[in-house]
Design a protein around this ligand. Sequence first.
Ligand code: KIV
Length: 272
Amino acid sequence: MSAVRKEIKRITTHVLHAMKEQGEKISMLTAYDFSMAKILDAAGIDILLVGDSASNVMAGHETTLPITLEQMIYHAQSVVRAVDRAFVVVDLPFGSYQGNSTKALNSAIAIMKESGAHAVKLEGGAEIEDSVRRILSAGVPVMGHLGLTPQSIYKFGTYSVRAKEEDEARKLVDDAKLLQEAGCFAVVLEKIPATLGKEVSESLHIPVIGIGAGNGTDGQVLVVHDVLGITKDFNPRFLRRYLNLYETIKVAVESYIEDVKSGNFPNEEEQY
Ligand code: KIV
């Protein structure tokens, strides 16, 4: 374990900045419920993201658009209750901040007040600058999110790699600088070329966390259900699966069903 990690009782934005300064990579995973968050926190994860990907993996929607502010607060409350060490960031859901900085501020305050989370994350650059600045002015830490921003999926049309062309790459670099200058404590870069991920990470003093943004960023984030192989039909190039829990759970449940049907469960020791 590194020098920064060993002595840390609680991860804060200052700790995350120190990690970047000292070249220690930042680990981040999504979490949406108490039991999973408890395990991830015990394992030593640095940041837990209550992502709006809950809309996909928890609720079964095709996109992140349907999830509501109230549902995000419910997931965030469950995660916060589980955590002793990790820094908890919560996504502001689609429709809760775009184009209206007062609404954005109220949404961020509702999340912080009702869940006890430590920060919020918003998707976009210059187009949401007013919302970002308004939330920051209330003392709420903000994480940016650029590149593939799933809340804009109907604008992009596909989930393919973003910022491959020079114009889009330049806008992304400008947006990242703007978010840093506004006061964001970190930025997520999703599904962009590795060279661009490295360039942005080296040009900012705040941590840059990548998902499909290569090895040159200051940290990595993935959706925990993908990492553990609970989902099985989502197989992007950037994903590394550490388990195949879909199969493990299925086999265990098949055994349970068989034991119940055959009368093998419960046995003498499993009853009163
Ligand atoms: O909602 C989410 O899971 C995210 C990550 C993909 C960064 O925003």
